[in-house]
Design a protein around this ligand. Structure first.
Ligand code: FMN
Length: 162
Protein backbone atom coordinates (compact mmCIF):
# COMPACT_ATOMS: atom_id res chain seq x y z
CA UNK A 1 0.00 0.00 0.00
CA UNK A 2 1.46 3.34 -1.06
CA UNK A 3 1.23 6.12 1.49
CA UNK A 4 1.44 9.88 1.05
CA UNK A 5 1.51 12.63 3.68
CA UNK A 6 0.02 15.87 2.32
CA UNK A 7 0.23 19.09 4.32
CA UNK A 8 0.20 22.85 4.36
CA UNK A 9 2.17 24.71 7.03
CA UNK A 10 2.80 28.43 7.50
CA UNK A 11 5.03 28.36 10.55
CA UNK A 12 6.42 24.85 10.72
CA UNK A 13 4.31 22.98 13.29
CA UNK A 14 2.30 20.97 10.78
CA UNK A 15 5.41 20.47 8.70
CA UNK A 16 7.31 19.01 11.64
CA UNK A 17 4.57 16.49 12.44
CA UNK A 18 4.09 15.66 8.76
CA UNK A 19 7.79 14.86 8.48
CA UNK A 20 7.64 12.76 11.64
CA UNK A 21 4.65 10.80 10.37
CA UNK A 22 6.12 10.31 6.88
CA UNK A 23 9.37 9.02 8.35
CA UNK A 24 7.53 6.71 10.72
CA UNK A 25 5.30 5.24 8.01
CA UNK A 26 7.93 5.25 5.31
CA UNK A 27 5.55 7.42 3.31
CA UNK A 28 6.13 9.99 0.58
CA UNK A 29 5.48 13.60 1.47
CA UNK A 30 3.89 16.50 -0.39
CA UNK A 31 3.89 20.11 0.81
CA UNK A 32 1.03 22.20 -0.55
CA UNK A 33 2.38 25.66 -1.29
CA UNK A 34 0.46 28.71 -2.46
CA UNK A 35 2.12 30.31 -5.48
CA UNK A 36 2.09 33.79 -3.98
CA UNK A 37 2.41 33.75 -0.20
CA UNK A 38 3.47 36.84 1.64
CA UNK A 39 4.61 35.84 5.11
CA UNK A 40 3.17 38.45 7.42
CA UNK A 41 3.88 38.78 11.10
CA UNK A 42 1.91 39.56 14.29
CA UNK A 43 -1.52 41.09 13.98
CA UNK A 44 -1.30 41.46 10.17
CA UNK A 45 -0.78 37.73 9.86
CA UNK A 46 -4.05 37.00 11.68
CA UNK A 47 -5.87 39.69 9.78
CA UNK A 48 -4.63 38.60 6.36
CA UNK A 49 -4.91 34.85 6.85
CA UNK A 50 -8.20 35.21 8.76
CA UNK A 51 -9.68 37.21 5.88
CA UNK A 52 -8.61 34.50 3.48
CA UNK A 53 -10.49 31.89 5.55
CA UNK A 54 -13.66 33.97 5.92
CA UNK A 55 -13.73 34.80 2.21
CA UNK A 56 -13.28 31.06 1.47
CA UNK A 57 -10.39 32.01 -0.80
CA UNK A 58 -8.71 29.43 -2.98
CA UNK A 59 -5.15 30.64 -3.53
CA UNK A 60 -3.35 29.39 -6.61
CA UNK A 61 -0.95 26.59 -5.70
CA UNK A 62 2.52 25.72 -6.88
CA UNK A 63 2.52 22.89 -9.38
CA UNK A 64 2.16 19.44 -7.81
CA UNK A 65 4.44 16.88 -9.45
CA UNK A 66 3.23 13.85 -7.49
CA UNK A 67 0.44 11.70 -8.98
CA UNK A 68 -1.98 11.29 -6.07
CA UNK A 69 -3.87 8.53 -7.90
CA UNK A 70 -0.93 6.22 -7.26
CA UNK A 71 -1.49 6.28 -3.48
CA UNK A 72 -3.95 4.22 -1.43
CA UNK A 73 -3.51 5.91 1.94
CA UNK A 74 -3.34 9.68 2.44
CA UNK A 75 -2.47 11.44 5.68
CA UNK A 76 -3.56 15.07 5.38
CA UNK A 77 -2.50 17.79 7.84
CA UNK A 78 -3.34 21.46 8.27
CA UNK A 79 -2.96 24.22 10.83
CA UNK A 80 -6.24 25.53 12.28
CA UNK A 81 -7.05 29.02 11.06
CA UNK A 82 -10.11 30.72 12.52
CA UNK A 83 -11.55 27.37 13.54
CA UNK A 84 -11.15 25.57 10.25
CA UNK A 85 -8.65 24.24 7.68
CA UNK A 86 -6.43 26.54 5.64
CA UNK A 87 -7.24 28.13 2.26
CA UNK A 88 -4.41 26.29 0.48
CA UNK A 89 -6.14 23.02 1.35
CA UNK A 90 -9.44 24.44 0.10
CA UNK A 91 -7.79 24.88 -3.31
CA UNK A 92 -6.30 21.41 -3.08
CA UNK A 93 -9.63 19.73 -2.27
CA UNK A 94 -11.29 21.67 -5.05
CA UNK A 95 -8.68 20.90 -7.69
CA UNK A 96 -7.96 17.26 -6.91
CA UNK A 97 -11.18 15.38 -6.69
CA UNK A 98 -10.02 12.83 -4.14
CA UNK A 99 -12.03 9.61 -4.08
CA UNK A 100 -11.84 6.06 -2.75
CA UNK A 101 -8.80 6.59 -0.55
CA UNK A 102 -8.14 5.60 3.01
CA UNK A 103 -7.42 8.87 4.81
CA UNK A 104 -6.06 10.01 8.17
CA UNK A 105 -6.68 13.67 8.98
CA UNK A 106 -4.84 15.83 11.47
CA UNK A 107 -4.58 19.44 12.49
CA UNK A 108 -2.34 21.54 14.72
CA UNK A 109 -3.68 24.42 16.83
CA UNK A 110 -3.25 26.44 20.01
CA UNK A 111 -6.26 25.18 21.94
CA UNK A 112 -9.19 25.95 19.65
CA UNK A 113 -9.51 23.30 16.94
CA UNK A 114 -13.00 24.50 16.00
CA UNK A 115 -14.59 22.42 13.26
CA UNK A 116 -11.40 21.83 11.30
CA UNK A 117 -11.54 18.04 11.19
CA UNK A 118 -15.31 17.88 10.61
CA UNK A 119 -14.97 20.42 7.78
CA UNK A 120 -12.17 18.45 6.18
CA UNK A 121 -14.25 15.28 6.45
CA UNK A 122 -17.09 16.96 4.58
CA UNK A 123 -14.72 17.94 1.77
CA UNK A 124 -13.55 14.33 1.50
CA UNK A 125 -16.86 12.51 1.77
CA UNK A 126 -16.10 10.13 -1.13
CA UNK A 127 -13.34 8.52 0.93
CA UNK A 128 -12.88 6.29 3.94
CA UNK A 129 -11.76 8.59 6.77
CA UNK A 130 -10.00 6.05 8.97
CA UNK A 131 -9.14 8.35 11.87
CA UNK A 132 -8.54 11.96 12.88
CA UNK A 133 -6.27 13.61 15.43
CA UNK A 134 -5.56 17.13 16.65
CA UNK A 135 -2.28 18.31 18.14
CA UNK A 136 -2.14 21.23 20.54
CA UNK A 137 0.68 23.74 21.11
CA UNK A 138 3.17 21.81 19.00
CA UNK A 139 5.99 24.36 19.22
CA UNK A 140 5.79 24.40 23.04
CA UNK A 141 5.76 20.61 23.36
CA UNK A 142 7.68 19.34 20.36
CA UNK A 143 8.83 15.95 21.66
CA UNK A 144 5.50 15.10 23.28
CA UNK A 145 3.62 15.88 20.07
CA UNK A 146 6.08 13.99 17.89
CA UNK A 147 5.62 11.03 20.18
CA UNK A 148 1.83 11.22 20.03
CA UNK A 149 2.00 11.45 16.22
CA UNK A 150 4.22 8.38 15.96
CA UNK A 151 1.99 6.32 18.26
CA UNK A 152 -1.15 7.50 16.48
CA UNK A 153 -0.10 6.38 13.02
CA UNK A 154 1.31 3.10 14.30
CA UNK A 155 -1.93 2.24 16.12
CA UNK A 156 -4.22 3.15 13.27
CA UNK A 157 -2.11 1.44 10.63
CA UNK A 158 -2.13 -1.77 12.65
CA UNK A 159 -5.94 -1.64 12.78
CA UNK A 160 -6.34 -1.39 9.03
CA UNK A 161 -3.81 -4.13 8.25
CA UNK A 162 -1.57 -2.20 5.92
C1 FMN B 1 -4.40 33.19 10.79
C2 FMN B 1 -4.29 32.24 11.95
C3 FMN B 1 -5.43 31.81 12.58
C4 FMN B 1 -5.36 30.90 13.65
N1 FMN B 1 -6.52 30.46 14.21
C5 FMN B 1 -6.45 29.58 15.24
C6 FMN B 1 -7.67 29.07 15.82
O1 FMN B 1 -8.79 29.36 15.40
N2 FMN B 1 -7.53 28.20 16.86
C7 FMN B 1 -6.32 27.81 17.37
O2 FMN B 1 -6.27 27.05 18.31
N3 FMN B 1 -5.15 28.25 16.79
C8 FMN B 1 -5.19 29.12 15.74
N4 FMN B 1 -4.02 29.54 15.16
C9 FMN B 1 -2.76 28.96 15.60
C10 FMN B 1 -2.30 27.84 14.66
O3 FMN B 1 -3.34 26.92 14.36
C11 FMN B 1 -1.16 26.99 15.27
O4 FMN B 1 -0.12 27.80 15.71
C12 FMN B 1 -0.67 25.95 14.27
O5 FMN B 1 0.05 24.95 14.94
C13 FMN B 1 0.21 26.58 13.20
O6 FMN B 1 0.63 25.60 12.30
P1 FMN B 1 1.87 25.82 11.32
O7 FMN B 1 3.06 26.11 12.18
O8 FMN B 1 2.00 24.53 10.60
O9 FMN B 1 1.55 26.97 10.42
C14 FMN B 1 -4.10 30.44 14.10
C15 FMN B 1 -2.93 30.88 13.45
C16 FMN B 1 -3.01 31.76 12.39
C17 FMN B 1 -1.76 32.21 11.67
Amino acid sequence: MRKLVIYYSLEGNTKLLSQTIAQNLDADILEIKPKYEVKRKGFMKYLWCGKSVFMKEKPELERIEINIDEYDLLIIGTPVWAGTFTPALRTFFDKYNIKNKKIFLFCTHNGGPGKTLENMKSELDMNNIVDTKDFVNVSKNVEINKNIAEKWVEEVISKINV
